[in-house]
Ligand binder design. Sequence first.
Ligand SMILES: [Zn+2]
Length: 593
Amino acid sequence: MEYTSKEVYEYISKQLNDKIVEWKKCRLSWQEFPIYQSDLDFYDKVSPTFDVSEKFVEQFFEKNSDVKNNFEYKNWKLKVKLPTPTLCPEEREAQRFVFRNENHLYRWKCVYSWKDIITTISPDKDYIVYDENFRWGDKWEPKKIDQVKLDRTFFDTMNEILHGTPIWGKFVQKNENSDYVNITGNSKNSYMCFASYDLNECYYVQDWTYSSNCVDCLFADYSEYCYDCVKINHCYAVTHCDSCINCSNSSYLYNCTWCHDCFNCSNLDNQSYCINNKKYTQEEYMKLLPTLKPSPIERNIIWCNIKDSDNCIWNNIVNCKNCYFVWTWTECEDIRYTSYEIQSEDCMDSFCHSKHCIYTVSCWVSYNCGFIFYGNNLNNCRYCWNCDDSNNCFWCNWLRNKEYCIYNSQYTKEEYNELVPQIIAQMIRDKQWWEFFNPQLSYYWYNETLAMDYHPLTKQEALEKWYKRSDYETPLPHVEKNVKWEDLPRQWCGIIKEKKPEILEKILNYAIICEVSKRPFRITKQEIDFYVKHNLPLPTKHPDIRHQERLARKDPTIMHLIHCDECGEEMLSVHLPWEWKKVLCEKCYYKSN
Ligand SMILES: [Zn+2]
């Protein structure tokens, strides 16, 4: 794992005029990390409060005198002061990511109907898995625990609830004709799409929103007819493009904005008809286009990719304000220690689309919540899993339209406000308060989650950090007829369709043996139609390998303090000077273009 250096933290403090009040040592990595003044202000803002009487507080403080300093009572409100984290930002991110399996799907049986289902839970686990179509019906009930036992750890009780309550095969909502998708909603006619929203006819895309007709892409918003792209925004008909915004009808671009009809270019702004960064007339370009082949282009100048944003530090930030220690964010304000999301406000250590939240993984349209794993429209909830449309719940799992529940059992408002502070007092004693969920609670093995994609660990390293991992592998599917990748026709699909259309029909009945992993994979009719329409070749690699290759193309996430190659000023960049011809600061970058 890579970690942010002390000098980068200090540089941020200087730049944002944000005082470092304390240096801490991470309990997993032993790396030093700072607590900024603004962190403390934020913790104070999101500290939970409970309406209680003076009489209750007197007894409460007497009974819990050993942990009294963690509480504050003012104006009939008991506030729990949040401690600062014990893990550095990178380890905190890995702990959140270990709860998210986006793209590992398995075949299994629904425990209720015994029908075959596709699920994110691998068959080597002992959870009760149900077909997600039962989710909105009454054929199941979440496990309840009526008696809160203060002598048992809360993580242990939660584990009992998690194993006693059905888990839905996949996390999906309001999709049409899209069975093979996960953590995806509001999408139509899509296949193998993950962590996406509002898609139409998309295949093999991940972290993709408000888009249609895209194939083999990673990280994008508002794009159409794109193929094999990584981190694009508002693009149309582009192929093999990375880090581009508002580009169209182009191929093999890197870090370009407002360009159309360009081929194999980098760092261009508002250009057209360019090949290898050289300008041509429209006629010349159109004549040359069918003969062009991509060649490695010198990506020689680059700075941090921040567009239309104010007071932001880090990389891949579009339309944001006051965000730092974040990567890949769009339309956000006052966010820190988080990665790839859209439209959030005032959040820390979160992975959400919400306001005023801390330590969340997949928590949508929620307010003032903490420690949420899959939540939707929640208010003032803490330590909740898979809950929807609920307020003031604590340690709950799979509740809908509920208020004042603890361990899925109903309490009155008064009971709730008096019981939760007592539970928190015990959690403080058990050193379980204000840490994210114990990774042992995750439904998933480390090696099938986002944590593995972004912070890869060997088996030994994962076990040393107390993560669960498994050697389970899906057995190779039995295929009747297969074809080796090298025997596929090499021409572009438009040409095959014209000359030998029967080959494209035939290929639908075969599994292709992957060039790299040798695992068989199939191509669907819809994919072939896309390749024909955009005149692309047939894929020769398994979708998992294609995804891994796209992941490797994304920018790194760790910042380094370096000097601008032009003016020599200190600057932060995710790119190291020796990996590029030139790394420039924002001012010099725009001057040179
Ligand atoms: Zn400079």
